[in-house]
Write a protein that binds this ligand. Structure first.
Ligand code: PLP
Length: 434
């Protein structure tokens, strides 16, 4: 098998898996395993695709914001700055990391359904560009603290459009029954909008919605954008307020396995723009400046994780377990969502994959699996296993469970590797212990 779900992967003359032409087995030797490898050129090319597609469809005022939750470390923000993207953050820790990278905080949008007063003050002091205000308690706090600091903070309100896309229920966020935002259907959206318009410490610029993640159909996005445009028109006729900004969130699907479809990002953006322009013309309202918040689609397919195989356990007439030196601590997505992955024995990447097995991590936990019933070339102890498309929501969800240090992130730019995040040490693990 030499056709991989990651298009920057191939096989070299030694039969080894390559990323951007570099031998992954050699990289595993040099940097150790587990190892996260990321293709910086790929990340940059998707950033450019978002930028150009949005500019073409929505105009030059539109901006993609990288969703930090997908992957957060200083180097990723330097890439986003160079590519001209903004960023979204959902916690003071993400804000701190963005600021520490030297990123322009005016291009940051601050999310979260339960920001504390300390979070709000911190973000205001950092000069965050916009808050996405989730609820009335937060609106009151932003208004109060901004007024205390002598500021008038730009704010979008998070609105729940009432869309139920086909995705895992843990990553669906646009239904009326959601912990996020104010629903149009319940009247809460209108009442928080009216309240925001009365606030002296707040400048309402528009609205935000996000219907979920890993969604492959375009229609739910078009429906959500259309509902938001109708809402903007309705609010204009009721209050006179004309939203100048609309943030459509993230959520475009990523191909993790060959059974997943290819998602046409540029095509989806064009369809969204077409639907929104029709509504804007029909209601006589201007098209607001559009923001989007892609996370997964920018970094997922740029990353793979390398592990060393330990044991191969065969339970007759039942199951084969291939144990690796990482697991749910660097990739909890199978344990959380039963996410599918493609895996390859990197040192025998050209051989036929006929051995059906489950990939087990090293944690003291039966649920510590990366994949079940996957096909590999039969591995043996010492082989290097590559799990593909691990660039999003892996490192950012990684933990130190069982006191396992997090792996490093090695970026590859123009065929040259460099350490972007170093491997955690045992000293790192006890740093806060008294
Ligand atoms: C508010 C918000 N914006 C953006 C994203 C990024 O979504 P994705 O990584 O699917 O593009 C998320 C993720 O769920 C989110 O909650």
């Amino acid at each position: 098998m030499t056709d991989f779900v990651m298009d920057s992967c191939s096989v070299n003359e030694k039969g080894h898996l390559t990323l951007q032409g570099l031998d992954t087995v050699e990289l595993a030797k040099e940097y150790g395993t587990p190892l996260m490898l990321m293709d910086e050129n790929k990340i940059r090319s998707i950033c450019r695709l978002y930028k150009s597609s949005m500019a073409e469809s929505f105009g030059q005022d539109s901006v993609p914001l990288f969703a930090s939750k997908a992957l957060s470390f200083k180097g990723i923000y330097r890439i986003m700055a160079e590519e001209g993207l903004g960023c979204d953050a959902v916690s003071p820790g993400e804000l701190y990391t963005i600021n520490a990278s030297g990123f322009d905080m005016g291009k940051v949008v601050f999310h979260g359904n339960n920001k504390t007063d300390e979070d709000i003050r911190y973000a205001l002091e950092l000069g965050v560009g916009r808050f996405v205000v989730d609820n009335t308690e937060e609106l009151e706090a932003v208004n109060r603290i901004a007024s205390e600091l002598g500021k008038r903070q730009k704010v979008l309100l998070r609105i729940t459009p009432g869309i139920d896309p086909h995705t895992h229920k843990a990553v669906a966020t646009g239904r009326v029954d959601s912990k996020f935002g104010s629903a149009i259907a319940t009247g809460m959206a209108e009442s928080i909008t009216r309240a925001a318009l009365e606030c002296k410490g707040v400048e309402l610029t528009g609205f935000h919605c996000h219907i979920g993640s890993q969604i492959f159909e375009i229609q739910p996005f078009v429906d959500a954008a259309s509902i938001m445009m109708e809402y903007i028109s309705d609010i204009k006729s009721k209050t006179g307020f004309i939203a100048s900004e609309l943030n459509l969130g993230g959520g475009f699907g990523v191909r993790y396995v060959k059974e997943h479809p290819h998602f046409d990002y540029a095509g989806a953006i064009a369809e969204l723009a077409c639907a929104m322009k029709k509504i804007a013309e029909g209601h006589g309202i201007p098209l607001p400046a559009v923001m989007m918040e892609p996370g997964r689609s920018i970094v997922a397919a740029a990353g793979l994780t390398l592990y060393t195989v330990g044991s191969v356990k065969e339970i007759p007439d039942m199951k084969n377990y291939v144990s690796i030196d990482g697991g749910m601590t660097d990739n909890p997505r199978y344990a959380l969502y039963q996410s599918q992955y493609e895996a390859v024995v990197a040192n025998r990447a050209a051989e036929k994959a006929e051995y059906v097995c489950s990939i087990a991590g090293r944690c003291c936990e039966s649920g510590d699996l990366i994949a079940e019933n996957i096909r590999l070339r039969k591995p043996v102890k010492g082989d290097i296993l590559a799990v593909l498309v691990t660039g999003a929501y892996n490192y950012s969800m990684a933990s130190n469970y069982n006191r396992i240090p997090r792996p490093p992130i090695v970026m590859i730019k123009d065929g040259k590797p460099y350490v972007a995040v170093r491997r955690e040490s045992f000293e790192d693990l006890v740093r806060n212990d008294m």
